[in-house]
Design a protein around this ligand. Structure first.
Ligand code: DQQ
Length: 588
């Protein structure tokens, strides 16, 4: 494996793929578009179908619906991403596993469909799943199959590459012993899905399947196997909580002590590690996680913070769901993929012919506090930055002022800002209403970007029209809170003015930022990609992805400002903004 022959044999298809992509062709076979498309296109504002609103450097296929990222992995020089895909249109349905490959996580080439209904146990759907690399290097996919037409009876299946010497892993074979797991022993058969990457310890493989027990208990069942073929359920689930169905669980070790390197899923060298358990809450459609301890003898997981199952630490406080991580052995890091749905109507989605993107892949690691994860866009993204960034330094922004960042187009940009609060007089900060002290979203919806404050709101107006009728505010706001050792920092994305189109869903997103603002500094990085605003507060402590659809602030008409709507002066100690180039994006 991996010899000269393999390299020569695979060089041609890869070259061909790249040429085809450059020529605008695609390997994805598109079947009939939905019939409504034309009719719908005639009834929506022109901006919805404006190609200038189509994201450019966020992962997506040229058309149709996508949802969950599936089985991300690195194999023989290529990063692989599979994802839930509807080949027939821009709404969920007829789901198969589409497949793309990349050398750098940024430029993507679409391959043919990897997994589609073909056996009894997946005939009515091939739903989400994960990859595990076996000790001999074989990648294996486990996924959920729907095996009857009239109800979502969910079973777990397995697939192997037909040819392990193909670094592109183009063909997948489903062995005859499928399904490998069926919902028995009182399991809710219609809520039993999304197997995780397996981990190995003490002669056994383990993996999780998400489920619902009773009316409202989210559960992660543990299955064990010696041979990866026969799987038996452990007596008790790994963990459960009264949160509703757990979709797409993810479970992995992280290094304690603030180092950023990731760990293979099977690493168990306690006490230097902690584990992260993430679940996607079907009821609320967000991804939350806890940090805790895994006991591989009892097969139980205990969150460090006993209230963690209720307090809902989230990867992202915006539009980000059904995420999945993988270990990248090349750069020794753990990478997180997450799906961002549209915030528009299904009619508009059909009109524009596509729906859904994947967030920029993020490196994740445990913060030195041990309490939360940190996230940062993979460094490869920086290759898309234009050569001549606009740089601003030491700019004071007084109460009610805003300063436009000029000299570049900002519809697709990467912006890094450092704010200083030179005269941080915390007395002038607003008092935190105890009733909202645990509800960042509500707090942001009543204290939005337009509501003058003491310290903040300050931040960016992104995708702003020339007269500012349209703008999305990404900002911080500082509160003093009785009984807390330090001020409370809120990070918000307020899209309530993002578009003049009245039919859009424009939810305010927000999360608290666990940082010591009394030191007088906070940073913000925002990735702007036409209809995507993906922001990282305080070096990746709090992240918010929003989808917005301006009707004026499109292409060259999109502007960027720094604003301060608080009484305290804010200094922009540094701002660097780069235009972003377009990568190869599956032929889109
Ligand atoms: N999407 C998949 C399921 C998963 C859900 C189906 C989460 O496997 O539970 O497309 O978005």
């Amino acid at each position: 494996m991996g010899g000269l022959h393999d390299r020569v044999a695979w060089a041609w298809p890869v070259l061909l793929l790249l040429l085809l992509q450059l020529a605008g062709a695609s390997h994805v076979v598109y079947e009939n578009q939905l019939l409504e498309t034309e009719a719908a296109a005639a009834t929506v504002p022109p901006s919805i179908v404006d190609a200038e609103l189509s994201s450019g450097y966020h992962f997506r296929p040229p058309k149709n619906w996508i949802n969950d990222p599936n089985a991300p992995m690195y194999y023989k020089g290529w990063y692989h991403l599979f994802y839930q895909y509807n080949p027939k249109g821009a709404v969920w349905g007829s789901i198969v596993w589409a497949h793309s490959v990349s050398r750098d996580l940024i430029n993507w080439v679409a391959l043919k469909t990897a997994i589609e209904p073909s056996i009894k146990s997946d005939m009515y759907g091939c739903w989400s799943g994960s990859a595990t690399i076996l000790p001999d290097g074989t990648p294996v996919i486990m996924y959920t199959g729907i095996d009857r037409p009239d109800s979502n009876y969910e079973v777990q299946n397995i697939a192997y590459p037909r040819n392990k010497s193909d670094p592109l892993l183009q063909d997948w074979v489903k062995p005859g012993h499928n399904p490998i797991i069926v919902p028995e022993g009182g399991i809710n058969a219609t809520q039993f899905r999304d197997p995780t990457t397996a981990w190995y310890a003490d002669g056994h493989w383990r993996m999780l399947v998400g489920s619902l027990s009773g009316a409202s208990r989210g559960v992660a069942y543990v299955y064990r196997s010696r041979d990866f073929k026969r799987w038996t359920r452990a007596r008790k689930p790994l963990h459960s909580a009264p949160t509703g169905m757990w979709e797409c669980p993810d479970f992995y070790p992280v290094t304690v002590g603030g180092q950023q390197h990731g760990l293979d899923t099977s690493v168990m060298s306690s006490p230097k590690i902690k584990h992260v358990l993430k679940n996607s809450l079907d009821l609320r459609r967000y991804d939350y996680y806890t940090v805790g301890t895994y006991d591989r003898i009892t097969e139980r997981y205990v969150p460090d913070d006993p209230s963690g199952d209720k307090r809902h630490l989230r990867y992202d406080y915006g539009n980000f769901y059904a995420s999945k991580t993988f270990y990248d052995p090349v750069k020794r890091r753990r990478i997180l993929w997450g799906w961002a749905n549209e915030s528009d109507t299904a009619v508009d989605d059909v009109a524009k012919g596509w729906a859904g993107i994947q967030a920029i892949p993020r490196k994740v690691w445990l913060d030195s506090s041990g309490k939360q994860l940190m996230q940062w866009p993979v460094e490869e993204l920086e290759a898309l930055r234009g050569k001549r960034p606009v740089i601003l330094k030491d700019m004071l922004i007084k109460q009610g002022e805003h300063v436009e960042v000029t000299g570049l187009q900002t519809a697709q940009a990467d912006v890094e800002v450092s704010f200083e609060l030179p005269s941080l007089d915390l007395e002038s900060a607003e008092a935190l209403d105890p009733a909202l002290a645990d509800d960042a979203e509500k707090l942001c919806s009543v204290r939005g970007a337009g509501v003058e404050g003491g310290v903040g709101p300050f931040g960016l107006w992104v995708l702003a029209s020339s007269k500012l009728e349209e703008r999305t505010a990404v900002f911080f706001r500082v509160f003093k809170a009785a009984g807390r050792g330090k001020p409370v920092v809120l990070m918000c994305s307020d899209p309530t003015k993002s578009s003049l189109n009245p039919n859009l869903y424009q939810p305010t997103f927000a999360g608290f930022v666990d940082t010591d603002i009394a030191k007088g500094k906070i940073s913000l990085r925002t990735l702007i990609d036409r209809s995507v605003i993906e922001s990282f507060g305080a070096g990746g402590r709090t992240c918010i992805l929003s989808r917005v659809y301006p009707s004026l602030a499109i292409g060259k008409n999109a502007h960027l400002h720094v604003f301060n709507n608080g009484k305290t002066d804010i200094k922009v100690s540094g701002l660097t903004a780069w235009e972003m180039k377009k990568p190869l994006m599956n032929g889109a």
